[in-house]
Design a protein around this ligand. Structure first.
Ligand code: GAL
Length: 674
């Protein structure tokens, strides 16, 4: 299902029919509308106008396409913010945000919720029973971007309520969890607690209070989604699905906090927006970061098994630090990456590039003249036609012939480490992704899981726990069971050093996993900017430079040392090793460095699974249903190695895959031959 965003309210009515026909001619299956259009639906408080939307919906249906409708609550009408300023979020500096942009609602404001529920109910009643309205998106990209979190009075009151419930109305429990005895930080009543805000404090805020605040902030948003979803569900037809277009890279709203209501998980995906952090000097900033892209897709799939890309970047954007042109072919590459990672919906923001106003520089599928297809438009059209050509071959939704791995994504741990990295150079997400990247390099199908309860060697050959710091003893027990039963567990630095409250246990640093990894942690170190430590990889003698984090371990004599420290006063201590436990293996890589982590992890996994071979750098191979797809994220052509395409026949493309290009293969042995 491939479709496109359209904002009819932004274009003259005489253009609508032509635009919608054009979408149809490009192979679009659906049109996404009504996002941000609250003022057009309710120009004044309780005065409604849906003639325009009725007409747009009918035009789409007449052209035999489906409709996705949105609740418009991310862009409040002026009468609402003017009459009820308490619907507006408040920044850390205490300023109430103003009308004039978007994302300014506070989901904890009762007034906002009252108005949001009213407009959602009216929309759902009016369009919900139409069969061709197949899906609903609630709000847009919840959160307040980099201005999050919100510091308004409603949030403060709700935060106190949240804490009261979390700590059983017992302020002493909270004092204990927040370690209030130090610096006289104890509270006597919940009403005394303020939102922890660096702007209002002389020195840094209590980290446990901050973590609770961020959890509360995220929950507030996911509760808003659940309330809106329940309301929609009352009126829309049973086959229609409900979603929200998450920013999966947003640190403030954690999608997995959503417990119910969303049938389909969708994300917004902008790989080329001046955020590329990989190797410089080539064209990769125009093609995007393959590992980042794949991670968000694996993460989205693992929410509830049904996912899609709600906004696939169609070309140049307007909001990055620099907004360069996208490499020809990259949009198609991203779309195919999503398809093979299991996407059931592909959509793009937006159909036409606006000539003025917000996002004026943002490309669409049509160029500024409203007629010509942009480069992205041509690539969307091509994918629509390829999907038609290969109809059904990407079913069933399985990933045959790929080894399976799981990686734990523990939001509380990643957030807690971000709140206190202990070295400003330690980027917890960068560290985490090196471990994920090694799995992709070996062609694993990777599930991004958020609990280790059900891991078993029969479901996952490899399980990775990276930067999973806030961990209870039960989880360490699951890891041990997994390994003793024959699994291969990979452990990164900063694992299980603290409990779920973020407190250190009464052991030496890092000792809680000593039995699991068969080693004693001697400590960790970080370097000042511009200083480098040296670690030597045993198998190749290669020297790895590090500065952001490195642990020193003393493994048992049965372990195999993979790397050890070459300098500092702890030279000779171990930095990475593998060891056996029961029927399985643990690999621990206790340092973070741009080079070295991935190769050591690959080496250890290949020792356990000699059949695993490396996919060429910056390329991905993924199967889905009856297809195998090779994706080249390089700016140079790459020849597909034999081992990936044995017994397969070429369907689209060539074996020598061009820059930002792909080729599609038919799995001869069929999807059941796993
Ligand atoms: C997304 C957002 C869209 C649009 C787009 C521009 O993050 O959901 O509404 O602003 O960015 O790239």
């Amino acid at each position: 299902m491939i479709g496109v965003y359209y904002y009819p309210e932004q274009w003259p009515r005489e253009d609508w029919e032509k635009d919608i026909r054009k979408m149809k001619s490009m192979g679009m299956h659906h049109v996404h509308m009504a996002e941000f259009a609250w003022i057009h639906m309710e120009p004044r408080d309780h005065e409604f106008d849906f003639d325009w939307l009725d007409c747009a919906v009918e035009l789409v249906i007449q052209n035999e396409m489906d409709v996705i409708l949105c609740t418009p609550t991310a862009a409040l009408p002026i009468w609402l913010t003017e009459n009820h300023p308490d619907v507006l979020m408040v920044k850390a500096n205490g300023r109430v945000v103003q009308h004039g942009s978007r994302g300014h609602r506070c989901v904890n404001s009762p007034t906002f919720n009252m108005y949001a529920e009213r407009i959602t109910q009216i929309l759902a009643k009016r369009y919900g029973t139409k069969e061709r309205v197949i899906g609903w998106q609630i709000d847009n990209e919840l959160g307040h971007y980099t201005d999050a979190p919100c510091y308004c009075q409603h949030c403060q009151n709700k935060f106190q309520e949240y804490l009261r419930s979390k700590y059983d109305s017992d302020i002493e429990q909270l004092n204990k969890a927040w370690a209030g005895d130090f610096w006289s930080q104890n509270y006597q009543q919940f009403e005394q607690i303020r939102l922890p805000n660096r702007e209002t404090l002389v020195y840094f805020p209590n980290e446990h209070a901050q973590l609770d605040f961020l959890r509360f902030f995220s929950f507030s948003h996911t509760l808003f989604l659940e309330r809106q979803a329940r309301l929609l569900r009352k009126y829309i037809h049973p086959k229609a699905w409900i979603t929200h277009n998450f920013m999966t890279n947003d640190p403030y709203v954690y999608p997995r906090h959503v417990k119910s209501g969303l049938d389909l998980f969708t994300l917004t995906n902008y790989p080329v927006a001046g955020v590329y952090k990989g190797k410089a000097g080539r064209q990769l900033h125009r093609i995007g970061d393959m590992i980042d892209l794949a991670f968000h897709q694996d993460y989205s799939r693992c929410h509830n098994g049904h996912w899609g890309v709600m906004e696939q970047q169609p070309g140049q954007v307007n909001w990055g630090p620099y907004n360069c042109r996208v490499y020809p072919g990259a949009v198609r590459l991203w779309l195919w990456a999503a398809i093979v990672h299991g996407a059931e919906l592909l959509d793009t923001y937006r159909f036409r590039q606006p000539s003025s106003g917000a996002e004026q520089y943002h490309e669409g599928l049509l160029a500024l003249d409203g007629e010509t297809l942009s480069q992205g438009g041509r690539e969307f059209k091509q994918v629509a036609s390829e999907l038609k050509q290969l109809q059904g071959l990407w079913e069933p939704l399985e990933f045959p012939q790929m080894p399976k791995a799981a990686i734990l994504y523990d939001w509380s741990s990643l957030t807690a480490i971000s709140l206190h990295p202990q070295s400003e150079s330690f980027d917890v997400h960068q560290c985490w992704r090196r471990f994920y990247g090694a799995l992709k390099r070996l062609g694993f199908q990777v599930d991004v899981i958020c609990s280790n309860r059900d891991i078993h060697p029969t479901s996952y050959e490899v399980v990775v726990v990276a930067c999973s710091d806030l961990i209870d003893d039960t989880t360490i027990g699951h890891w041990k069971n997994y390994v003793t039963q024959g699994g291969h567990l990979v452990v990164s630095p900063r694992v299980a050093t603290r409990n779920l409250n973020g407190h250190f246990p009464k052991t030496e640093y890092g000792q809680r996993i000593a039995d699991l990894v068969g080693a004693k942690c001697l400590g960790y170190d970080v370097m000042p900017k511009g200083h480098w430590g040296k670690i030597q990889r045993m198998s190749t003698q290669e020297i790895i430079s590090w500065y952001s984090w490195a642990e020193q371990w003393q493994p048992s004599t049965q372990s195999t040392i993979l790397a050890s420290h070459k300098d500092q006063f702890y030279a000779g201590s171990c930095a990475a090793f593998r060891t056996s436990l029961g029927k399985g293996i643990v690999t621990l890589i206790g340092f973070d460095a741009q080079d070295g982590v991935e190769s050591i992890m690959i080496e250890s996994l290949q020792t356990s699974f000699p059949k695993l071979q490396e996919i060429p750098e910056n390329c991905m191979y993924h199967t889905r249903g009856q297809l195998g797809v090779f994706l080249n994220f390089n700016d140079q052509p790459v020849e597909i190695p034999d081992f990936l395409i044995e017994n397969q026949s070429l369907v689209i493309g060539k074996r020598l895959v061009g820059p930002a290009d792909l080729s599609i293969w038919r799995l001869k042995s069929g999807f059941t031959d796993n």
